[in-house]
Design a protein around this ligand. Sequence first.
Ligand code: C2E
Ligand code: MG
Ligand code: MG
Length: 293
Amino acid sequence: MPERFGEPAFMKRPASGETGRNPAAGDGSAEAGPAAEAGLKEALGTALVREQFMLEYQPQLELATGRIVGAEALIRWHLPGRGVIMPGDFIPLAERSGRIAEIGRWVIRTACRQNLAWRKAGIGRLRVAVNVSAVQLFHGDIVDAVASALADSGLDGSSLELEITESVMIDPRRAAPTLERLKSLGVLVSIDDFGTGYSSLQYLKNMPIDGLKIDRSFIRNLLEDAQDQAIVMAIASMARHLGLRLVAEGVETADQLSFLRALGCDEIQGYYVSRPLPPDRLGEMLRPGGAGD
Ligand code: C2E
Ligand code: MG
Ligand code: MG
């Protein structure tokens, strides 16, 4: 198991201590307009073969034990001449231009390999989560991508989590067969950005889901906004009664953590614990005797 990751250790670490976001990119500053989009689209076509993608991993802290039990893989695109492009600035384009399935396949394969590499390095059992876009789920070869990534790496299915957005559940009958097939591979499925997807909650009783991730927008002003508090409390209560693991994302302060702990939230993810990190940095942090102790 990863070493115990106590609160005092990460309270010493400055919240903005790590990189992970390039302030020059991913903040809406990407050039807009059809010409810029056409250039980016073309570059996207060769990004995989040129090995311009990389994954960063953001740890997930289990509140009951103080351990890092998981990490979310987040893609970045290093485009020469442009710097780091954040996923919000190219994933929608990849979806529109039919590239998302192959990129998603690479993400799943890379995350599985990385998880196994950490395990071989003595880090112990870690759950790694990957984001799966709705386009990839409905039109891609996601079941095959997951099955072959698990077979190639030798990773057990329960060490891989797929984060799907709630909007997928607007049409649960369409999503169900794919989710069932994914579940039969042993992987975990969680709903990302929970509370923002405008879907009926009906799916929570019928679909094979393991966890919910409360969207960051409800956490941001949690301490000041009574309405956010009411929503988060209701989600926490619902998750507990439905037996779903609850992760809060975007946790940036100790007060937010305390509030979420009191509500029985299972895990937190956010800058308070760590920014997304390159794999070797997360490995260092989780190594017995590493910075996470
Ligand atoms: P997400 O899955 O909800 O990921 C969480 C986002 O919140 C990440 O942004 C992360 O860096 C950011 N974040 C985490 N903690 C904090 C915090 O404490 N404060 C603040 N302000 N932000 C925090 P990122 O990496 O820019 O990713 C944005 C979105 O892009 C992701 O949202 C996900 O929907 C998508 N994405 C990322 N990687 C992939 C991928 O491999 N495939 C697909 N399809 N989508 C991806
Ligand atoms: Mg996610
Ligand atoms: Mg999210």
